[in-house]
Write a new protein. Sequence first.
Length: 132
Amino acid sequence: MLRNVRKMLKNRKGFTLVEVIVVAVIVAVLAAVAIPLYLGYIESSKVNVANNIAGSAASFLAAARNSNAPAGSFALVLNPGETWTYLPTGATSAVTFKCPDKCIITATADMPKTGTVTCVNDGHLSTGVYSY
């Protein structure tokens, strides 16, 4: 019995301290490269979302202006969760655009037949131009 215990202790397998440190260094290097890339992807996706929202809002407002043709200049501010609504000419139901969460949309008529829509999405700014 004592022989078996000695044999088991002699045949122990495992990782040395050097091997564990090498693996830890490799994981640290991979993390140092991957984390900034991941954060960059998050930031660029927020900018893309702001661009898409501004473009959608600009298209919606252009359609509303073409349908209703309000005169003069204007400025609108749409906070998160608020909606724009318009009734197209000859339609029986209204069309709405809902401002997404974390966004603030500002629309202005800049010159006759053109305007801008600015979207701030979670701190990222984007502008869409529309014409009517």
